[in-house]
Design a protein. Structure first.
Length: 283
């Protein structure tokens, strides 16, 4: 048989075990994470008031950064962490309606940013905390081999009507590790990684390997390079009567340019950059 003192001691220990998790939970709320996510437009919030469950709501943040709540009306929430919003709602409820209020805020849906182009998994991604450009690229599976050397961030300005373009050099960001280019993203940012497209040019006539040549657009290809890739000219080639047939993309009209290859080789004339679909004919 337990003595009365022993029973009381056991009951006290059990009571502390039950209350300890609750006390710990409130203690943890006292210090929010340094880089905790800040609420913004279009976030979906789940708000719970433990003393009055009927006051709980699931609300989406409007474009002006506010939510409409029972009893409290319109409340500005944009720019706050969940911890800060819990404190704000607690103070408002205790000021007007409740003696003691314990409020919980959970973000069910976060603001999103888009990444498009030469990444493994293009699409929309939720910002579940402070998100940088490199973190977003990593979430999207990294850059693909056909990514260009520059990417662009399109960001809505303060008016909400216009977009500004931020240019980032991919090599400086990733290979050189320039942290100044690892930009902290904002809601509604669009990250576009242009795809380095393949262009095709054709070399026919008195060259050793006539046919189609393919090259990345960023690399570009000149007349001399195209002839070199075609194996060079034959001994019967005329170096003064080359033509480049070029079709205008907009009008579809074809033009012919006569070229003196000797002058280009001798440095008297500049080499010519070829474009998609150009046809070089060496007579």
């Amino acid at each position: 048989m337990f003595k009365i003192a022993e029973v009381f001691l056991i009951a006290l220990v059990l009571l502390q075990a039950v209350l300890a998790p609750t006390a710990s939970a409130y203690a943890l709320q006292a210090t929010p994470p340094v880089d905790e996510y800040r609420i913004g437009p279009n976030d979906l919030l789940v708000i719970t008031v433990f003393e009055q469950p009927e006051l709980g709501q699931t609300v989406r943040v409007s474009e002006d950064g506010s939510v409409a709540l029972s009893l409290l009306g319109k409340v500005a929430v944009a720019g706050l962490t969940t911890f800060e919003l819990e404190k704000k709602l607690k103070a408002l409820l205790e000021e007007k309606w409740l003696k003691v209020a314990h409020v919980s805020v959970f973000i069910r849906e976060h603001q999103k940013v888009a990444v498009l182009g030469a990444v493994a998994r293009p699409g929309m991604y939720e910002m579940t905390g402070q998100t940088t450009l490199l973190q977003l690229i990593s979430l999207a599976g990294g850059l693909t081999p056909d990514a260009l050397k520059e990417l662009f961030i399109y960001r809505v300005d303060e008016s909400g009507k216009n977009k500004k373009k931020i240019t980032v050099n991919v090599q400086d960001l990733i290979q050189e590790g320039n942290q100044n280019l690892d930009i902290v993203l904002q809601a509604k940012d669009e990250v576009v990684v242009p795809i380095d497209q393949i262009i095709t040019v054709y070399v026919y006539g008195e060259v050793k390997i006539p046919g189609a040549l393919q090259v990345k657009m960023s690399k570009k290809i000149t007349l001399l390079q195209a002839i070199a890739q075609a194996g060079g000219t034959t001994e019967w080639a005329s170096k003064t009567g080359l033509t480049i047939n070029r079709r205008d993309v907009k009008t579809g009209r074809e033009t012919k340019m006569r070229v003196n290859l000797k002058d280009i080789i001798g440095g008297k004339s500049p080499d010519i950059a070829l474009q998609e679909g150009d046809v070089v004919i060496v007579p």
